[in-house]
Design a protein around this ligand. Structure first.
Ligand code: FES
Length: 238
C-alpha cells in the first residue's frame, strides 16, 4: 500500500489505487448507543481477558452500522476509531491501520445505499462493465467514489467478493445481488429508490449457486431405486 497512515491521511488500501483520504467533515463526538453496547458486550465476551484488541474489526462494524442507523450513512469517523481504541486499550494508530486496510470500512460518508460493483476478472467476463453503466444511468453518478445528487447512492469499485459462481455481483450495503445484467440492475436501483428492499441473492431462476433452471446431476431421490439397484425415475421437481 502506498501513502502513509496518520490521523490526517486515512485512506483505503486498495491495490492499484491511491489511498482515499478521510473525510474533511469529521464529527467531533461519537459514543456507542444502547444497541451497539449490547452487541459489543457479546463480542468482547468471546475473547479471553487481555485479548480484547482482537475485537477491533467487529467493533468497527458496530460503529459503522450505528452511523448508518443514526445518519443514513454507514461510515466510521475518526472519533469513532478513537473511541474503539480507548475501549480496547490499544493505540489509535492500530485502529486506523485496520480501518484503512479493509475496503469494507468507509472512512468518509457514503450514500444510504452503497453500491459496490465487483469488476474482478470473473465478474468482468460476465458483464460487470454493463453493471457499472447501469448504476451510472440509474443513479446519475459519473464515476466510482461519487455520491448521487439525491444522496442516496455511492458507487464503489471493489475486488472479488468471493461469489464468482454467481457473477456478476453488486453488493448493496451488506447484501449481495447476483447473476445481474443491466436491466435487472436498473430495476434493483429503482426499487431501492422507492424504499423497497428486493430479495438478495440470485436475480435469475436458480437456488443459491445451483444450476439455473434446477439440478442437472444426482436426479434420483433417495429410496427410488429399482429392484436391480439402478437409479429410479428423476423427480419432476428439484
Ligand atoms: S470476481 Fe466478482 S465475485 Fe469473484
Amino acid at each position: 500500500m502506498s501513502g502513509h497512515f496518520s490521523a490526517e491521511n486515512i485512506g483505503h488500501g486498495t491495490p492499484g489505487h491511491a489511498p482515499r483520504p478521510a473525510s474533511d467533515n469529521q464529527p467531533q463526538h461519537f459514543a456507542f448507543d444502547t444497541e451497539s453496547e449490547t452487541e459489543i458486550e457479546a463480542i468482547l465476551a468471546k475473547y479471553p481477558e487481555g485479548r480484547q484488541a482482537s475485537g477491533v474489526i467487529p467493533l468497527l462494524y458496530v460503529a459503522q452500522a450505528q452511523m448508518g442507523r443514526a445518519t443514513g450513512s454507514a461510515w466510521v469517523p475518526r472519533v469513532a476509531m478513537d473511541v474503539i481504541a480507548r475501549r480496547l486499550g490499544m493505540p489509535p494508530i492500530r485502529v486506523y491501520e485496520v480501518a484503512t486496510f479493509y475496503l469494507m470500512f468507509n472512512t468518509k460518508p457514503v450514500g444510504r445505499y452503497h453500491l459496490q460493483v465487483c469488476t474482478t476478472t470473473p465478474c468482468w467476463l460476465r458483464g460487470s462493465d454493463d453493471i457499472v453503466t447501469a448504476c451510472k444511468r440509474a443513479t446519475g453518478v459519473k464515476a466510482f467514489e461519487e455520491t448521487s445528487a439525491d444522496g442516496l447512492f455511492t458507487m464503489t469499485e471493489v475486488e472479488c467478493l468471493g461469489a464468482c459462481a454467481n457473477a456478476p455481483i453488486l453488493q448493496v450495503n451488506d447484501d449481495f445481488y447476483e447473476d445481474l445484467d443491466a436491466e435487472r440492475t436498473v430495476a434493483l436501483i429503482e426499487a431501492l429508490k422507492r424504499g423497497e428492499k428486493p430479495q438478495r441473492g440470485p436475480t435469475i431462476d436458480r437456488f443459491n449457486s445451483a444450476p439455473a433452471g434446477g439440478r442437472t446431476t444426482l436426479l434420483d431421490e433417495i429410496g427410488t431405486r429399482h429392484a436391480d439397484g439402478q437409479p429410479g425415475t428423476a423427480p419432476d421437481t428439484v
